[in-house]
Ligand binder design. Structure first.
Ligand SMILES: *Cc1c(COP(=O)(O)O)cnc(C)c1O
Length: 411
């Protein structure tokens, strides 16, 4: 318990000038003055642009990139992303409204998620976006809503595959799942689609999230293509879209290594000719959330107090789990590990010490860094949590303890 933890995962994407972190071409201290208060989230526009370019460089040109906007639904980010990617995936009517405000054409927006309400479905049908159907019941509901509205809904079947994405921290396919339709039931569903007034687009096969192992993704891609090809034999029309999911992970913790995207791309290049032969009308889609935005974002809070208790130093800050649940370790982590955290206005410092960074909430869960080595701080210094561009603010319980919500800026 008392031994210090290993250093955090390396973070090199932000320049450091005069020992101060730079983001969006300015120093963090200047940005903090510009924002006017802490805590805040800041996202680097240029890094998002470069991330998409990096993917385009390594993935085959035939692969269409979609942004799964639940990772970060800030409207400025979604607007920016709309100019870079080929489609947007939404998971609620609220997200759909943000996506429809962008220049992205509706037929390149898709809507997945179990438990879509009738009002959500009606709006989506009227918008002309693609509905990824999660069950047979949802299919029937969509068909009758379409008839009622006098609009033919565009639909795809979300398939719960008969395999898992290995080494994924969040499995979303394989075995019993609330997502999608079990692969073995899809042929009957496809026959029924042929009887209904529905425009069949294709398949959505998403098997997992946060994967750093190229081999695991390569294996999943091969199985996903096989599944798509075999299900296509039962389809009521040509498969126009095959969404093979995403799941590209980013390094968060000590020992994590960046995903080898070039290897993933190479494998796709090997697989694609056969897929194109079997499914000549299909556009291939990869949907990514965190990989596009997580590393471009930081969370910034200010040191309010330095406190010592029985030999341990606590930096009490104005930020915490109510803004950044994931960094506190309470969003899907089994064993709590530290996100990369530094003192942004003195990254290296002359003097280093082991500290824990906590927030203002009355719960021991409100922990942003547990016994990490950082430069020695004073009151007013800015603590930065890296890898915070995805599943940050909107994945946090902002109402907990009634503190103000943080600001978000895209710089
Ligand atoms: C959450 C989700 C994503 C995004 O996952 P990331 O790990 O952020 O890339 C993509 N597709 C679906 C269907 C999802 O539910």
């Amino acid at each position: 318990m008392s031994s210090p933890r290993p250093k955090h995962a390396p973070v090199t994407q932000f320049p450091i000038h005069g020992d101060c972190l730079q983001i969006g071409g300015m120093s963090l201290t200047r940005l903090a003055q510009r924002v006017g208060r802490t805590p805040f989230y800041a996202y680097d526009r240029q890094q998002i642009t470069e991330r998409v370019a990096f993917l385009r460089q390594h993935l085959p040109a035939e692969i269409h990139l979609h942004y799964a906007m639940k990772a970060n639904p800030m409207s400025a980010i979604v607007q920016h992303m709309a100019s870079l990617v080929d489609g947007i995936d939404v998971a609620s009517a609220g997200e759909m409204r943000v996506a429809l405000d962008t220049p992205m054409p509706p037929h390149l927006i898709s809507f997945a998620g179990p438990g879509k309400g009738e009002d959500e479905l009606s709006c989506a049908i009227a918008a002309g976006i693609v509905l990824n159907m999660e069950s047979e019941q949802e299919m029937e509901r969509i068909a009758s809503l379409g008839a009622h509205l006098g609009i033919r809904p565009k639909v795809a079947v979300r398939v719960n595959p008969d395999f898992e994405l290995k080494s994924s921290s969040m499995k979303m396919g394989g075995g019993p799942k609330q997502f999608g339709v079990d692969a073995e039931r899809v042929p009957a569903m496809l026959a029924r689609i042929g009887q209904l007034e529905l425009d069949f687009e294709g398949f959505h096969i998403f098997s997992g999230s946060q994967n750093l192992k190229a081999e695991a993704l390569q294996e999943a891609h091969e199985k996903t293509f096989q599944l798509g090809i075999s299900l296509a034999q039962h389809a009521p029309g040509p498969v126009r879209m095959l969404n093979i999911g995403g799941g590209f992970g980013i390094p968060y913790f000590p020992g994590d290594e960046a995903l080898d995207v070039a290897a993933v791309g190479k494998n796709l290049r090997r697989l694609l000719p056969e897929v194109k032969r079997q499914l000549p009308d299909a556009c291939m889609v990869i949907e990514l959330g965190r990989y596009l935005v997580a590393e471009a974002g930081i969370y910034v809070c200010r040191v309010l107090e330095r406190k010592e208790s029985r030999g341990q130093v606590f930096l009490v800050t104005d930020g915490g789990l109510h803004h950044h649940l994931a960094a506190s370790g309470n969003f899907g982590q089994v064993i709590r590990k530290n996100y990369p955290v530094v003192v942004g206005n003195k990254v290296h410092g002359n003097d280093r010490e082991i500290v824990s960074v906590v927030g203002p909430l009355c719960t021991p869960l409100d922990l942003l860094a547990d016994r990490m080595e950082m430069s020695r701080t004073e009151i007013g210094d800015l603590v930065v949590v890296f890898q915070s561009g995805a599943y940050g603010l909107t994945a946090s319980p902002t109402a907990f303890l009634s503190h103000p919500a943080p600001v978000e800026v895209l710089v």
